[in-house]
Write a new protein. Structure first.
Length: 311
């Protein structure tokens, strides 16, 4: 007998129905992110054919070269969210300042990394989008634990939308034939322990001694290194198969590389909902009070047992 599979839209609607006095506003917001993700997916899939590979010739606020696809994804998401009527402000890796949406009285703040892993665009590598949603009442600079929802889209062998409302993590796979994300991974739980680690070990001369001795120890124990340079790809693998991820403070980057609001907090929130553990300097990054939208933070996360050993 045919068993129907919920689409992402069905699922979001069901979740919102469980909330007393829900207005539907959150459903509209997530549906807009879903729609933008489908368009980004279609552009990424066609990027070898269209004139959208390569650099724009400019740099962003973090002095990183902006790729054409970075700009496309940013403009699309900012435009879609600004006109959704649900958003009060948008923070993005490609914007110097928060984009305040003055035309509507939206309730939510959305923080975005529109295209994560963009240094791999020209080599056809896995890419991602990261999003994080807050209520506007706490303002633009809020602790990660205030997130209402967070998630990522991974444009890999298949395209998946993985998110949490602050309880459970669910994954939806895009069926390209019908153009819908279908519930494929319900209530994802991260394995507590696995012998893989992900870090840019090319920086190990800049790591502190303790970290280097930990890395030597796990190598002797037979850990395998898996590193793609795309946080979303790393996260998805670790959420599904376990292991650890580390982007620590280095002597050159004392606050690490990853951006607290745009990368660290959404991933930490999702990882913790999936049963994993995240760690910044001496505790979870979710309790750090950000001082600016461009704050960075050292970041590690992984399965519960892996992280106990690391910490
Ligand atoms: P991006 O969002 O501009 O692509 O940069 C962030 C990426 C992360 O996805 C990844 O974890 C990290 O930068 C890799 O940095 P490195 O090349 O230093 O290993
Ligand atoms: Mg990124």
């Amino acid at each position: 007998m045919y068993k129907s599979v919920p689409t992402l839209t069905d699922f979001i609607l069901q979740e919102e129905r469980k909330i007393k006095n829900a207005t539907g506003s959150f459903t509209i917001l997530l549906t807009q992110i879903e729609n933008a993700a489908k368009i980004i997916n279609s552009h990424i899939r066609a990027s070898g054919l269209a004139d959208i590979l390569g650099k724009t010739g400019t740099t962003n606020v973090y002095q990183e070269e902006v790729q054409k696809l970075d700009k496309f994804c940013n403009d699309l998401l900012v435009n879609t969210l600004s006109t959704s009527g649900q958003v009060y402000a948008i923070i993005s890796e490609e914007l110097e300042k928060p984009h305040m949406v003055k035309e509507y009285k939206g309730e939510y703040i959305v923080a975005l990394d529109p295209l994560d892993g963009s240094s791999g665009i020209d080599s056809n590598s896995v890419l991602g989008t990261i999003f994080s949603i807050y209520h506007k009442k706490g303002g633009v600079l809020q602790q990660g634990k205030n997130q209402v929802a967070a998630g990522y889209i991974v444009y890999g062998a298949s395209t998946m939308f993985v998110y949490t409302f602050g309880r459970d993590v669910n994954g939806f796979t895009l069926d390209p034939a019908i153009g819908s994300f279908l519930l494929s991974h319900e209530n994802i739980r991260m394995p507590e322990y696995a012998k893989t680690y992900a870090t840019n070990e090319g920086n190990s001369l800049e790591f502190d001694e303790e970290l280097n001795s930990y890395l030597s120890k796990i190598k002797k124990e037979g850990y395998k290194l898996r590193y793609s340079g795309c946080l979303v790809a790393e996260t998805h693998r670790i959420v599904m198969q376990g292991g650890i991820f580390l982007y620590p403070a280095t002597s050159k980057l004392p606050s690490g590389k990853l951006r607290l609001l745009l990368e660290v907090n959404p991933i930490a929130f999702l990882v913790e909902q999936a049963g994993g553990v995240s760690y910044a300097v001496d505790s979870s990054p979710l309790s750090i009070a950000p001082k600016s939208i461009s704050d960075r933070s050292p970041f590690c996360f992984g399965g519960k047992k892996n992280m106990e050993e690391l910490i």
